[in-house]
Write a protein that binds this ligand. Structure first.
Ligand code: ZN
Length: 294
């Protein structure tokens, strides 16, 4: 079986009140990423955050400084976000990526393309209410998604298909046919705990299979699995057993049941689990070869 690619999702939009180990500043994000790389991670996904307050940020320099610091130390694959629901147009969502791609020292490897329009706002089972305004959506029309793919590819950055449900799988198949994605395709299946039930499939092995069952026959897709809002280990074990790859991080779930581990500790646990299951872990250099990233 192909060696296991481990991605660490270091911070998302999660605040330290929720998870004490979430990094905010470029130095914090880079230091944690390098520590995760030493443990066995080969990809890092991160969001720029205000170094002081932790607020979400679209500041190009915060994004660029993080990659610059990581590249000085290791060949970890960098996978910054696009600012998602924060910014209105595809051009604005990609602006920091286009800028970073101009300099080899800050050029990222890949970006996430979320293959759906969906409801946002989490659900609180205690109060039986959705949080926030209750009107927030995450807009990704086919035209927006096409533009994200075309413009990232034009600057040599690989778009990664993020599939949150079966429709995302089917839309991805269309994008492969349209030549917007190349095979072997790097893609990620996101699952969601009950708090995020409006977003996509439940965070269970059955939720994972619901997407995998609809992969087109003969698809040459290299898939990773993650779980937002719950303990990911059962789903990650299934992915490891099935020949998939895995993504994990304290921002997706603080793991209070494991004593609030750090990102590097979580990566260490996955490495250990893979070893018990007889699956070798890829180095970042090997992951680059598997994914065709130079
Ligand atoms: Zn993210």
């Amino acid at each position: 079986m192909e060696k296991l690619i481990i991605q660490v999702r270091v911070n998302e939009g999660t605040m330290r009140e929720v998870s004490p180990n979430v990094p905010y500043s470029p130095a914090e994000i880079a230091d944690q990423s390098i520590e995760c790389w030493r443990q066995g991670a080969s990809i890092v996904h991160y969001h720029a955050r205000d170094p002081e307050t932790g607020a979400k940020s679209a500041d190009t320099e915060l994004y660029a400084d993080t990659v610059r610091r990581i590249k000085k130390e290791c060949d970890l694959i960098t996978f910054p976000t696009l600012g998602a629901a924060m910014l209105p147009t595809p051009a604005e969502r990609l602006a920091h990526i286009v800028e970073m791609a101009k300099d080899p020292a800050t050029k990222p490897d890949c970006i996430p393309v979320d293959m759906l329009t969906t409801n946002l706002g989490s659900y609180d089972a205690n109060s039986k209410q959705f949080t926030g305004s209750g009107d927030q959506i995450y807009l990704n029309t086919p035209n927006i998604l096409r533009q994200l793919c075309e413009e990232s590819r034009a600057v040599g950055v690989k778009p990664v298909s993020m599939m949150w449900n079966v429709a995302g799988v089917r839309l991805t198949e269309a994008f492969v046919e349209m030549g917007l994605y190349d095979e072997p395709l790097l893609c990620e299946l996101s699952l969601f705990g009950d708090h995020f039930r409006g977003y996509g499939h439940p965070g269970t092995i059955k939720g994972l299979y619901a997407s995998l069952d609809f992969f087109p026959p003969g698809a040459n897709w290299i898939w990773m699995a993650n779980l937002v809002g719950g303990n990911a280990f059962p789903v990650l074990a299934a992915a490891i057993a099935l020949g998939g790859h895995v993504a994990i991080g304290v921002a997706d779930h603080a793991y209070p049941e494991l004593g609030n581990p750090t990102n590097a500790q979580l990566v260490g646990y996955v490495v250990e689990m893979a070893r018990y299951m007889g699956r070798e872990v890829a180095t970042a250099t090997e992951a680059r070869e598997i994914l065709g990233l130079t």
